[in-house]
Design a protein around this ligand. Structure first.
Ligand code: ATP
Ligand code: MG
Length: 206
C-alpha cells in the first residue's frame, strides 16, 4: 500500500522529531561523560572473539602511535599471524610466556613457575607508564587455576599508571576481576565451525 504525499510528509516529520529527541539524549550523555583514564577491559565467555577483539583494539591504538605490550600467558606457539604482524611493529613489545595448556603440560609445579615468570614481565610493564595499552591474553586461567596470587595480580592492575589501558582475555573471568574492570564483554558461543569438523584456519583462528 503506497502512502499519499501527505502521509509521507507526516511520516518524515515524525521521524525528524524522533531523531531530534534521540540526538538530545545522546548529546547529553556524551556531555556528561567527561572522565579520561586508563581502562581495564575484560573480554571473557566461551565464544570465539576474545583475543581477536584485543588485537583489533591494538590496531586502533597503533593508529595513534601508542605503545603496546602483549603478554600471552598460556600459548607457547610463536608462529601465529598476530605475532607475525603486531610483533613486527616498532611500538609493540610481544611476549609469548606460556608453555601450553595445563592438560598438555600436566605438571602443576611447572605451570606455576611458568606463570610466575610470565607475571614478572607483566609487572614490569604495569610499572612503566610509557606503555599506553597492555594486553594480557589468557590471564584468566592463571587466576582461576590459582597459579598466581589473585590479590597481588588485582592490586598490581589496580595501581597501574592512571592513563594505562589493560585488556584481559580468557574464559571464566573471576568475579573480583569483573568487579575491578571498567568494561566487560562476555562473548557467547552460539556456533563454532570447529564443531562442524573445520580445523583451525590460518588468518582466522591463528
Ligand atoms: P580468537 O583468538 O579467535 O578471538 P578466543 O580468544 O575467543 O579466539 P580462545 O579460547 O583463546 O578463544 O581460543 C583460541 C582458538 O580456539 C581459536 O582458534 C578459536 O577459533 C578457537 N575457539 C574459540 N572459541 C571456540 C569455541 N567455542 N569452540 C571451538 N573453538 C574455539
Ligand atoms: Mg584467545
Amino acid at each position: 500500500m503506497s502512502l499519499t504525499p501527505e502521509q509521507t510528509a507526516e511520516k518524515n516529520a515524525r521521524h525528524t522529531t524522533r531523531m531530534a529527541r534521540k540526538k538530545a539524549i545522546i548529546d547529553a550523555a556524551i556531555a556528561s561523560a567527561t572522565d579520561e583514564r586508563g581502562l581495564l577491559i575484560v573480554i571473557t565467555g566461551n565464544g570465539k572473539g576474545k583475543s581477536t577483539s584485543a588485537f583489533g583494539t591494538m590496531g586502533r591504538a597503533l593508529g595513534y602511535g601508542m605503545k603496546i605490550g602483549v603478554c600471552q600467558f598460556i600459548k607457547s606457539r610463536t608462529d601465529t599471524g598476530e605475532e607475525a604482524f603486531f610483533g613486527a611493529q616498532p611500538n609493540v613489545e610481544w611476549h609469548v610466556l606460556g608453555d601450553g595448556f595445563t592438560w598438555d603440560t600436566q605438571n602443576r609445579e611447572q605451570d606455576i613457575a611458568t606463570a610466575e615468570r610470565g607475571w614478572a614481565v607483566a609487572t614490569r610493564m604495569l610499572n612503566d607508564p610509557s606503555f599506553d595499552l597492555l594486553v594480557f591474553d589468557e590471564l584468566t586461567y592463571l587466576l582461576s587455576y590459582g597459579y598466581l596470587d589473585n590479590d597481588l595480580v588485582l592490586d598490581a592492575i589496580a595501581s597501574r599508571p592512571a592513563m594505562q589501558h589493560v585488556i584481559v582475555t580468557g574464559r571464566g573471568a573471576m568475579d573480583a576481576l569483573i568487579e575491578l574492570a571498567d568494561t566487560v564483554s562476555i562473548i557467547a558461543d552460539e556456533k563454532h565451525a570447529y564443531r562442524a569438523g573445520v580445523k583451525a584456519q590460518r588468518g582466522i583462528d591463528l
